[in-house]
Design a protein around this ligand. Structure first.
Ligand SMILES: *Cc1c(COP(=O)(O)O)cnc(C)c1O
Length: 503
């Protein structure tokens, strides 16, 4: 299987090369030359298997330059060894009315990013060996909160790598911030950026797109790469849990094999839901992919009208990992919607860059709308959903998942579609303890209280245990205090690598 750029530049490369590079040389995103089809029996074949074996089955056709032994070792290391606090790794909770919740937050950082970022470092290390790479890889990450911590945990003390994480100083929850600034490991650096997530992401992208900077680093034995969801190595592990959820529905007798299922996905950078789109293309009986947005509803507008327009107010919400106005992975969907018209994709991306907007119409839009539906939830609806679902189902949602649950209900109200629905749950409610407790007990419930008092209170109120990695944050020393302006991010990287700037 070879990989090509959504913008048509460069020549086809192997999975290892695509994973090592992160971004294609022309600024596009890597996509497989053809999407493998797995056949209708795959879910039944997966049903008796554990998550690691399921993962190996789905990854293999994409990673044809990796040996079976390499893939097996990677999935065992990523999803075994007690790193996930649930034996099923990605368990499915079923409710009445054809609703299920796929819990993707049982990994070490309590958010769904672990599903990919526990695996990526293994795939990358193997890629370095395969491509006889001698340089040290510097992973740059822009995070809206969850990616940063998951990448730090995944890459800490991985040989031949360093990782630098940029997070928006004012844009993450207190638990998310503490998770990052207390990170241990000899190869990790965490830097706060004055600005929002888009500022951090744009800063990282412009570092990647600066050939002079890459050359400067290359001369000193460093190679830049990305652990953001634009990296193919982030996307491919996410396809697994769509298959896994479907296999569990069949196994539990909730659906007949072959019956369609809809997935509702809390969406920001469009990586998670895009993995569902790959699963559908591979033959998984996915009906609709429902894109749930918060008040930053640029994707809802796009999926309804074809107009992508980022020129709008940016809102900070209680679901910060979805506070995004530029959804990078949408570029891959555009590639498929145009039937691989890389010139058209490049033109839209240039328009987005130059003017902040572009319009998709005609066949590509029709193709997108055939599969995708979108709704969004405002802050008060999100809070009400957390409370209502707890009251009626005794099930605690984090704000991101609550957005998805609310959009799932909206979808059922507005369409006659009664296809079984899987709500994809992306974070532990304890990670967003303030918003969740305030939603349950009113806005006064958190006033004047410390972070860890709130965690304990939430635990007492709901009878659920705080994930261990969050509970122990209280006593961890802060190790990272750097703060940079968005214009100075490249200098921050130079500092980390002890590079004196060329003149
Ligand atoms: C990253 C994240 C999202 C958004 O996922 P994308 O793949 O960027 O669309 C949603 N919820 C949580 C909790 C996340 O960490």
């Amino acid at each position: 299987m070879k990989y090509i750029s959504t913008r048509g530049g460069g020549s086809p490369c192997t999975a290892a090369e695509a994973i090592k590079a992160g971004l294609a040389p022309d600024g596009g995103l890597f996509v497989p030359e053809a999407t493998p089809e797995l056949g209708g029996n795959m879910p039944e074949e997966l049903a008796p298997l554990g998550y690691q074996e399921r993962a190996a089955r789905i990854l293999t056709p994409f990673l044809t330059d990796y040996t079976a032994a390499e893939i097996k070792a990677s999935v065992l290391a990523a999803y075994g060894g007690g790193k996930f606090d649930h034996a099923a790794v990605a368990p499915l909770q079923t409710f009445g009315d054809g609703f299920s919740v796929l819990e993707l937050w049982h990994g070490p950082t309590s958010a769904f990013k672990d599903m990919a970022l526990q695996l990526l470092p293994h795939l990358l290390s193997q890629a370095l060996a395969k491509t006889r790479e001698a340089r040290e890889v510097v992973i740059l990450v822009a995070t809206s909160g969850d990616t940063g911590k998951a990448a730090l945990e995944g890459f800490r003390d991985v040989k031949q790598t360093r990782i630098v994480v940029f997070f928006p100083d004012e844009g993450v929850s207190e638990v998310q911030r503490l998770q990052m600034v207390t990170q241990e490991g000899g190869n990790v650096v965490v830097v706060a950026v004055n600005g929002n997530f888009d500022d951090a992401q744009t800063g990282v992208k412009s570092i990647f797109n600066d050939p002079g900077f890459s050359a400067e680093l290359g001369d000193r034995g460093f190679l830049l790469s990305s652990a953001n969801s634009i990296n193919w190595g982030r996307l491919v592990p996410q396809i697994v849990y769509y298959y896994s959820a479907y296999a569990d529905l069949v196994k539990g007798g909730r659906i007949r094999s072959g019956q369609e299922v809809n997935f509702v996905v809390p969406t920001g950078n469009f990586g998670n839901i895009l993995a569902g789109y790959y699963a559908k293309q591979m033959g998984l009986p996915v009906g609709r992919l429902i894109c749930a947005a918060n008040k930053n509803n640029v994707l809802t507008d796009f999926l309804r009208t074809g107009v992508y327009d980022r020129r709008r107010e940016f809102f900070k919400t209680m679901s910060p990992s979805m506070d995004i106005l530029i959804s990078s992975n949408l570029e891959r969907l555009l590639y498929y919607a145009t039937g691989g018209d890389t010139a058209q994709v490049s033109a839209w991306m240039s328009e987005l860059n130059a003017s902040g907007a572009y319009r998709v119409a005609g066949t590509p839009l029709a193709r997108i709308q055939e599969t995708f539906w979108s709704g969004w939830a405002d802050e008060s609806t999100t809070a009400k959903t957390i409370r209502a679902v707890y009251e009626h189902c005794r099930y605690l949602l984090d704000p991101h998942t609550a957005v998805a649950w609310s959009v799932a209900e909206e979808y059922r109200r507005e369409t006659s579609d009664r296809t079984p629905l899987v709500v994809v749950s992306t974070a532990s409610p304890f990670k967003f303890n303030h918003s969740v407790l305030a939603a349950l007990s009113g806005p006064g419930a958190t006033r004047g209280k410390g972070e860890f008092d709130i965690l304990r209170e939430l635990s007492a109120a709901t009878g659920r245990t705080v994930p261990k990695a969050l509970a122990t944050l209280e006593h961890k020393p802060v190790r990272h205090r750097a703060l940079t302006d968005k214009a100075a991010m490249a200098d921050a990287v130079r500092d980390v690598l002890h590079i004196v700037k060329d003149n």
